[in-house]
Design a protein around this ligand. Structure first.
Ligand code: COA
Length: 464
């Protein structure tokens, strides 16, 4: 049975920090953000927004656009790593907000949970709900999976230049118009790690950025190895002796903590896949240097990162490799369109991969490409750590949705924050009623109780 993504919508908060303002306030070269990281703007939440609001706003948008009523939705999952409660699940807050519009009790029948595994949990939620549909449990209802996050790092920390906020919601069905997931090939890898984590009570994460980036690439590579075996077993694709699985993915969407990371991660996978193929000889000729190997090739990530000579040579090799015509062709045709939105919005943690997917559809369609039947591969990663590799095929009905996509208008008009406003918002110095942007037509946070009996209880309003 087919099962996959029928429609996708985004909600991006109406405030942003411009990368050039960030660079000048922090004494950085703006080119580092623009070119080194691929960050132009970072979306920021207002004083009356939290990740549940972002999720609810995205859900309302997709329901209204498809004229759905709550009885059409059988499951509502929220995946996030910006949770603010250790027990009450974020989907319950979202249901509460949606019922302000659709009426009390209208979602009573709807199951769901909040899922957590850093940036990868949305992919697990999609997989589980796809299987709920494949198992014939959905009774013609949709599953609604929303990935919502606020990527917030400490002031003056290394991660501060890779912030962002927003939500992406996907409707799943057994007759998906956008993408049908390939069955029996979804692959995972998992390892107990401390590359990025946020202990109880802490609003911002502890991040080992360089370590995390390397782990991301290694974990996705491991999941890709399993994916290749499953593809063979399932008889899905015949790669052939001189081919690689990546040749059979028309598009590759990667997890994007910042847009440039997609380019780095794809280069890592392509190198891994091409290394044993005849075409590699020609690539090495163009690069003009041997591929470096660490002093201790079977060592830990720490030992590889500490091998500065190797790291320097590897950086140079990667730079030359990404400049080759062979990699450029892969990059431009399979990845570049998925990076456009990330550059304008920033890091969305769980949602970043799916913002990339939406970006890929819109900007490939705008190039005039017929997307029907094209296979999209996904490289999902969550710190802590787990990766998931899976794929799907664009369906016949895609054009009805994709032709209406317009990122700029979907983001809406945004207000550029001054540096003082950014710091005030970051340090939670503004109350909800002091919000900076107009939240008309949106769910907003009204307040959080502080009294002993109901401490932490949140109240929301629909500004209809
Ligand atoms: N002009 C052009 N490029 C420049 C530059 C300049 N003036 N200065 C630096 N760069 C390039 C670097 O060469 C590097 O490119 P490369 O990645 O191709 O090697 C890139 O910009 C980043 O510079 P770097 O010095 O490595 O950055 P950093 O040490 O300040 O940290 C991160 C960057 C991404 C590691 C850091 O911001 C971070 O930890 N972010 C959080 C990421 C995260 O949370 N990940 C996990 C959860 S999603």
């Amino acid at each position: 049975m087919a099962a996959g993504i029928d429609d996708i919508a985004i909600y991006i908060p109406r405030l942003y920090l411009d990368a050039s303002d960030f660079a000048s306030a922090r004494g950085l070269d703006p080119v580092k953000l623009e070119k080194g990281l691929g960050v132009s703007q970072m979306a920021m939440v207002d004083a009356d927004q939290d990740p549940a609001c972002l999720a609810a706003n995205a859900c309302l948008k997709i329901m209204q656009r498809n004229n759905l009523s709550p009885s059409d939705i059988g499951r509502l999952y929220v995946s996030t790593e910006s949770s603010f409660d250790e027990s009450k699940a974020m989907n319950s807050y979202v249901v509460g907000m949606l019922e302000q519009v659709y009426g009390p009790g209208t979602f009573e029948h709807c199951g769901g949970v909040e899922t957590k595994f850093a940036c990868v949990s949305g992919s697990y939620a999609l997989y589980d709900n796809t299987n709920w549909i494949r198992a014939g449990e959905s009774e013609d209802q949709y599953a609604m999976v929303v990935v919502s996050d606020i990527a917030k790092y400490d002031l003056e920390s290394g991660g501060e230049m890779t912030q962002g906020a927003g939500a992406v919601v996907m409707l799943l069905s057994d007759e998906p118009r956008l993408l049908s997931f390939d069955p029996r090939v979804t692959s995972t890898s998992i390892k107990d790690e401390y590359d990025f984590y946020r202990p109880f009570g802490k609003e911002t994460p502890i991040v080992h950025g360089e370590y995390s980036n390397m782990l991301y690439m290694m974990q996705v590579k491991k999941a890709l190895e399993t994916y290749k075996k499953k593809v063979r077993t399932a008889g899905l694709i015949d790669v052939g002796p001189e081919g690689t699985i990546l040749d059979h993915m028309d598009y590759i969407n990667m997890h994007l903590p910042y847009s440039k990371m997609g380019k780095k991660a794809l280069a890592y996978l392509v190198r891994h896949e091409w290394r044993h193929l005849p075409r590699w000889r020609e690539v090495l000729r163009d690069i003009g240097m041997e591929e470096p190997v660490p002093k201790d090739p079977r060592g830990t990530i720490e030992s590889v990162l500490a091998d500065r000579d190797f790291m320097q040579k590897d950086k140079e090799f990667t730079r030359r490799f990404t400049d080759t015509a062979q990699y450029q062709e892969v990059y431009e045709s399979k990845l570049a369109s998925s990076l456009v939105a990330s550059r304008m919005i920033g890091n969305l943690y769980t949602a970043s991969l799916y913002l990339g997917f939406r970006s890929c559809l819109e900007f490939e369609h705008k190039k005039g490409v017929d997307l029907e039947g094209r296979r999209i591969g996904f490289g999902s990663y969550g710190s802590g750590s787990s990766a998931m590799v899976f794929s799907g095929v664009v369906q016949r009905g895609y054009e009805e949705i994709v032709k209406k996509m317009d990122l700029e208008s979907e983001i809406g008009s945004r207000r550029r924050l001054t540096w003082d406003e950014y710091v005030q918002l970051h340090e939670n110095q503004l109350r909800p009623e002091e919000s900076l942007a107009d939240g008309r037509g949106e769910f907003v946070l009204v307040g959080i109780n502080t009294d002993k009996e109901s401490s932490g209880e949140r109240h929301y309003r629909y500004n209809g």
